[in-house]
Design a protein around this ligand. Structure first.
Ligand code: TYM
Length: 326
């Protein structure tokens, strides 16, 4: 059955997606594809806001799309495509550039963080990133956008851009809603006060293609604490418990929580339970991944770009008319 509500989301091809991406967003992408018309994009234009070798970008784009397929994105019901293959995204972003106040862009915390960590390459694309993200979403008139917590500010800006466009040019865009899950912010294993991210280095995250022994090692080295502190669970321990919860290990979670409350919990037991749960989750994903060829991915992406373009070009014609282009 064709779904009437549209959902859009994107992921940057910066390497192998991690457990935070999966639990915070990608798992939801798969679950929602049957109740929405799902449009999913590997957003390569966003990836070049941070310097990346062309060869690596190509590899990452295929890896990311293959992971999405391995997770269960079904190209027969959803649309999966690469952003740069649908040029309407950047065209619409320019129109949005002429609507969005610089002061609004300057408030973006992701921009501020990235400008600090990539001091040698604070480019206009990095600053303008949210205008392109708004174009990604609004181009398809998406009502829903499943993302992790770190994207909520960008979503708010997208809603503002939609309102500004509608005010200036007449009602056209719907204000999209973010869809978040309880796993909206998975924390780093080494710096549990920061979100899990590849930027922090290998030991901080679990890649979806990490082998079981690597998972065991990374979790074993995860930061915990030296015992319960004044009834407050430390962020590292909380993150491990959260992982158990999000990986749907209800019974183990409850048992270990009980031990924690009694002051009897051995962190090594908690860590073993967490790495077991992660490995159980990753195994079928990795099996699927190994059974998809690069060629199959490229074919699916080509068809996906054609499907996406059909909607994008139709909407952009209407948008351009409203703006006054002849
Ligand atoms: P990206 O590529 O950084 O991440 C992809 C998705 O994973 C979520 N995520 C997390 N969720 C929970 N815990 C974490 N530690 C964690 N780290 C990442 C992100 O919130 C995201 O949902 N700007 C976007 C890509 C994008 C986009 C869009 C998303 C471009 N255009 C349009 C939605 C709609 C980004 O950089 O995601």
């Amino acid at each position: 059955m064709k779904q009437t509500k549209t959902l859009f989301s994107g992921i940057k091809p910066t390497g192998i997606p991690h457990l935070g991406n999966y639990l915070g967003a990608l798992k939801n992408w798969v679950e929602l594809q049957t109740s929405y018309q799902g449009i999913y994009s590997v957003v390569d234009y966003h990836a070049i806001t941070i310097a990346i070798e062309p060869k690596i970008l190509k590899q990452n784009t295929i890896i990311t799309a293959k992971i999405l397929l391995a997770l269960g994105i079904n190209p027969d019901i959803a649309t999966l495509f690469v952003q740069s293959q649908v040029p309407e995204h950047t065209e619409l972003a320019w129109i949005f550039n002429c609507l969005v106040p610089v002061a609004e862009m300057e408030r973006m915390t992701q921009y501020k963080d990235k400008a600090k960590t990539h001091k040698q390459n604070v480019n206009m694309g990095l600053f303008d990133y949210p205008a392109l993200m708004a174009a990604d979403i609004l181009l398809y008139q998406a009502q829903a956008v499943p993302v992790g917590e770190d994207q909520l500010q960008h979503l708010e800006l997208t809603r503002l851009i939609a309102r500004k466009f509608n005010q200036r040019y007449g009602q056209f865009f719907i204000e999209p809603q973010a869809l978040i899950t309880p796993a909206k912010k998975i924390m780093s294993l080494q710096n549990p006060d920061k979100k899990m991210s590849k930027e922090l280095g290998e030991a901080n995250y679990i890649s979806l293609l990490d082998e079981p022994n690597i998972v065991i090692k990374k979790v074993a080295r995860a930061v915990t604490d030296m015992g319960p502190q004044e009834n407050k669970m430390s962020p590292g321990v909380k993150n491990l418990f959260d992982l158990l919860d999000y990986l749907e290990q209800k019974e183990t979670y409850q048992n270990l929580q009980k031990e924690y409350k009694q002051g009897k919990l051995k962190y090594s037991d908690l860590k073993t339970a967490v790495s077991d749960a992660i490995n159980q989750t990753l195994k079928p994903i990795q099996n699927n991944y190994n059974n998809i060829s690069d060629q199959a991915v490229k074919t699916i992406l080509k068809i996906g770009a054609e499907k996406a373009r059909e909607i994008a070009s139709k909407n952009l014609i209407e948008i351009k008319k409203l703006v006054g282009f002849i």
